[in-house]
Design a protein around this ligand. Structure first.
Ligand code: PLP
Length: 399
C-alpha cells in the first residue's frame, strides 16, 4: 500500500482521536525508520519514549517470536513463568518487593491509586482517600487518571471525572505541604514531568516531598511511565534524587513496544492488595513478559544506562549551543535522553515540521517547545546528525 492509500483507510475507518503526521512507517532498525515509499528517517522520539532498545531489536524480536510459537496467553488464573521472572528482575533493579502487571501507563497509575487507597483504608481506617498531584502532570486518560492529571485541556468534555484529587503547583514543597489534610493518603508525581514540558524539579524537591510524606504518613507514588527503564541515564529517575518511592508505575519502554505496564511497591504497601482487589485479563501475559525480560537483558548487555547518560550530556551541550546561537531558543533542559527546549512565538510546530521535512522525527510540546527522546541505543554520530538538522530547521523557521 502507498502512503496515500494507508492515510485514506485510516481516515475512513479509524476514530479520529490522533493528529497524525502524513506518514506511515513500515520498517525500523535501531534509531532509523522507513516509510511506505522507502524514505529513511532518524527517530528522536522512539514511539514517545517506548523503543529504548531501538526498533526491531534482535534479542527482543527473537524472544517474542519464540514465545509466540510456544504459548501466548493463559490468564492470571495460573502461574506464568516469564511474569515471575520479570517481577524478580524489576525488584532487583528497583526499591520494590512486589509487582502488579497491566497493559499501559494509565492502567499502572489506576493500580497505584487503588493500592494507595486500600493501604490507607487498612492501616488508618476510612476517610483518607485524597491524592495530591502536581500542575502540568500527565498520568493517563481513564476517568481516574484524567482526574489525577492536572489541567488537561479537555477534562471538562468528559465530566464527571473521579473525585479525590488535589492539584498543587509543581516543584513547590510549601504548596504541597499546605494542601495536605486529614483526608490525604498519597502524593503522586512524575520525578521529571514529561508531557507537561520536560520539567526537571529543583535538586532537593523530591527529597523534601519524601520527608513530608514520611512525617504525615502519606505514600509517595512516582509515575515513571516516561522516565523509567533507563531514559534518564539510570534505571529510574528517582535514583538521581537520592530517594525511593513507596509505589512506582512503569509502562512505555518496559516492553520495547509490546504493551505492558507495571505497578511496583514495597512489601508493606503491596500487602494491602488481596485476591479480587485488582486484575486485568492480559496483565503480564507470556508475550508481554518475555518482551520485558529481553528488554532488561539488552539494556544490561549493551550498557544502555551509561550510553543514555553520555548521549544525554552530548545532546544537552548541543542544545545549549543552539540556545546560544538563536535568541528565540531558550530553556534547554532535561535529564539523560529526555530533553527539551523552547522556541518563542508559538513556532515549535513549525520547527517540528521543518525537522520532519529533513527526515528527523522530534515532537512539539504544545506550540512552545520541542522534545527529544531518542532510543537509548542512539550513537554519537546520530546525535551530531540530529543536532545539525535541528540547527538547519531553526534557521529555516526563524530567519
Ligand atoms: C508520565 C506518564 N504517565 C502515564 C502515561 C499514560 O500512559 P499510557 O499512554 O500508556 O496509558 C503517560 C503517557 O504519555 C506518561 O507520560
Amino acid at each position: 500500500m502507498s502512503t496515500d492509500e494507508i492515510i485514506d483507510l485510516t481516515s475512513r475507518h479509524v476514530m479520529n482521536t490522533y493528529a497524525r503526521q502524513p506518514v506511515a512507517f513500515v520498517r525500523g532498525k535501531g534509531c532509523r525508520l522507513w516509510d511506505a515509499e522507502g524514505n529513511e528517517y532518524l527517530d528522536f522520539l522512539a514511539g514517545i519514549a517506548v523503543c529504548g532498545v531501538g526498533h526491531a531489536h534482535d534479542g527482543v524480536a527473537k524472544a517474542v517470536a519464540d514465545q509466540a510459537k510456544r504459548l501466548l496467553h493463559t490468564s492470571n488464573l495460573y502461574h506464568i513463568p516469564p511474569q515471575s521472572l520479570l517481577a524478580r528482575e524489576l525488584c532487583r533493579i528497583s526499591f520494590a518487593d512486589k509487582v502488579f502487571f497491566c497493559n499501559s501507563g494509565m492502567e499502572a497509575n489506576e493500580a497505584a491509586i487503588k493500592l494507595a487507597r486500600k493501604y490507607s483504608l487498612k492501616r488508618f481506617g476510612e476517610g483518607r482517600t485524597e491524592i495530591i498531584t502536581a500542575e502540568h502532570s500527565f498520568h493517563g486518560r481513564s476517568l481516574g487518571t484524567l482526574a489525577a492529571t492536572a489541567k488537561y485541556h479537555r477534562q471538562d468534555h468528559f465530566a464527571p471525572l473521579a473525585p479525590g484529587f488535589i492539584h498543587v503547583p509543581w516543584d513547590d514543597v510549601a504548596a504541597l505541604a499546605s494542601a495536605i489534610s486529614d483526608q490525604t493518603c498519597a502524593v503522586l508525581l512524575e520525578p521529571v514531568q514529561g508531557e507537561g514540558g520536560v520539567n526537571v524539579p529543583a535538586p532537593d524537591y523530591l527529597r523534601q516531598v519524601r520527608a513530608l510524606c514520611d512525617q504525615r504518613n502519606l505514600l509517595l507514588i512516582l509515575d515513571e511511565v516516561q522516565t523509567g527503564m533507563g531514559r534518564t541515564g539510570k534505571w529510574f529517575a528517582y535514583e538521581h534524587f537520592g530517594i525511593a518511592p513507596d509505589i512506582m508505575t512503569l509502562a512505555k519502554a518496559l516492553g520495547s513496544g509490546v504493551p505492558i505496564g507495571a505497578c511496583l511497591a514495597t512489601d508493606e504497601v503491596a500487602a494491602a492488595f488481596e485476591p479480587g482487589d485488582h486484575a486485568t485479563t492480559f496483565g503480564g501475559n507470556y508475550l508481554a513478559s518475555v518482551a520485558g525480560l529481553a528488554t532488561i537483558e539488552a539494556m544490561r548487555e549493551e550498557e544502555l544506562l551509561a550510553n543514555a547518560a553520555e548521549r544525554g550530556r552530548q545532546l544537552s551541550e548541543g542544545v545549549l549551543a543552539l540556545q546560544a546561537s538563536y535568541e528565540a531558543v531558550s530553556n534547554a533542559r532535561g535529564l539523560g535522553l529526555l530533553r527539551a527546549f523552547d522556541v518563542t512565538g508559538d513556532r515549535a510546530p513549525a520547527v517540528q515540521e521543518a525537522c520532519f521535512k529533513r527526515r528527523l522525527i522530534v515532537i512539539a510540546l504544545g506550540t512552545y517547545g520541542i522534545r527529544l527522546a531518542p532510543p537509548l541505543v542512539v550513537t554519537k554520530a546520530d546525535c551530531d546528525e540530529a543536532l545539525a538538522i535541528i540547527d538547519d530547521s531553526l534557521q529555516a523557521v526563524l530567519s
